[in-house]
Design a protein around this ligand. Structure first.
Ligand code: HEM
Length: 377
């Protein structure tokens, strides 16, 4: 089975950085054009159907979402997350303590569990198995839909059912405990419906995407035991959650370079943005830009020490760039670093089954299985 990223890589290598794939559809890989186009207010988010549904809130939906984005900022900053890190780390310890050791764990499932608990604790103050299962089901249902003429048709009913179930459960939670994020949004004048949609959007976005990043990180460290030892030594030397762990953070950043879970982005141009005309659809691929040898020498090599380098604009974009980039990029990095450190303090990871080529919208290490043993065994 051919990896879809390799096909895009071949198209990019045959082009010159801005390549017309078919009339109106452009692949943009040259870093300055990537940065310029993504930063432009005239480049409007165009997503795959299930993804578009996340923040498509009906008429005036984009304007409402952008106002919500601004209001949310204080929650998606490190100072908000820091006091929650001890509880997030403690929860991760409880989860990993239940791993069969020595034994084999499903890398993606393990990462989803760790990340979902952490995201719920960050946004709502505590994990919730019910919400986590509903979010998982909605994302799986979205992944099962099949589009006809760009609209999800097959599997649409089960997606609608799953979406209603998540919405109802989030609304119930917001009513039962309006403190924190719901209170912040209410103070900005948002009504219950938009507060519910916001929490749901954040829970969905903070589930499979960061979990894929964590699972890839596990895989990379299983492939590179020296880097794993170095990351573990750093985590053990600074055991308090939230301690500065530059090497562990470098491992996460380098993994996001090689394996950006959101490997493709689309934007539609409402006005010309050089070098493209109005009406064009631009496709960007963090995966391709991250493998550009000019920006990242020896691009296929895993080198956490690249953290000392400052990539040129448009050559490192796991969280996208511009007005519709990931609003949680900073907190996601902190969260993943803390989760990784907690796992490494107690467990050694090695290869059991490597992932196969990932064919979904998300670039995830499908099929990854890891052998885990206790550190002091
Ligand atoms: C390693 C972790 C993460 C990565 C790599 C990542 C990556 C991305 C990327 C590339 C986008 C832009 C997608 C596009 O333009 O089509 C995005 C959007 C978004 N992300 Fe993240 N993300 C991560 C974690 C999170 C977390 C933890 C949350 C929530 C707590 C979150 C919430 C969102 C939201 C709400 C959007 C939509 C923004 C908008 O449309 O204005 N992300 N993310």
């Amino acid at each position: 089975m051919r990896d879809p990223r390799e096909e895009l890589l071949a198209a990019a290598r045959a082009g010159d950085g801005v390549t017309e794939l078919r009339p109106g559809l452009w692949l943009v890989t040259d870093p300055p054009s990537t940065a310029r186009l993504l930063a432009s207010p005239d480049a409007v988010t165009g997503r795959s159907a299930p993804r578009r549904d996340l923040t498509s809130w009906g008429p005036d939906g984009t304007a409402t979402w952008m106002a919500v984005r601004r209001a949310l900022r204080p929650v998606l900053t490190a100072p908000h997350l820091e006091p929650l890190l001890p509880a997030i780390a403690e929860q991760a310890r409880r989860t990993t303590a239940a791993w069969p050791v020595p034994g084999v764990v499903d890398g993606v499932r393990a990462a989803v569990r760790l990340v979902s608990d952490a995201t719920l604790a960050h946004l709502l103050g505590a994990p919730s198995a019910t919400l986590s299962a509903l979010v998982d089901e909605e994302l799986s249902a979205a992944g099962r839909t099949r589009a006809v003429l760009g609209r999800p048709v097959l599997g649409r009913r089960s997606l609608d059912r799953a979406r209603r179930a998540t919405y109802d459960a989030v609304r119930h939670r917001v009513r039962a405990d309006p403190e924190g994020l719901p209170a912040l949004l209410a103070a900005h004048g948002f009504e219950e419906h938009h507060i519910t949609l916001t929490v749901r959007t954040l829970l969905l976005s903070g589930h499979h995407v960061p979990a894929s990043a964590l699972a890839w990180t596990f895989h990379r460290l299983a492939l590179h035991p020296d880097a794993q030892d170095q990351a573990r030594a750093e985590a053990l030397a600074h055991p308090e959650p939230g301690a500065d762990l530059p090497f562990c953070r470098g491992v996460v950043r380098e993994t996001l370079r090689l394996h950006p879970p959101v490997w493709q982005l689309r934007r539609q141009l409402h006005a010309p943005v050089a070098p493209l005309p109005a009406g064009a659809t631009a496709v960007f691929s963090p995966y391709l830009n991250h493998r550009d040898a000019a920006a990242h020498p020896d691009p296929d090599a895993f080198r956490p020490e690249r953290r000392h380098l400052r990539p040129a604009p448009g050559s490192y974009l796991p969280f996208a760039l511009g007005p519709r980039s990931c609003p949680a990029s900073r907190t996601a990095l902190v969260q993943l670093t803390v989760l990784l450190a907690e796992v490494l303090k107690t467990h050694r990871l090695s290869r059991h089954r490597d992932p196969g080529p990932s064919r979904g919208v998300l670039y995830a290490p499908d099929g990854l299985a890891l052998r885990v043993v206790p550190v002091n065994a």
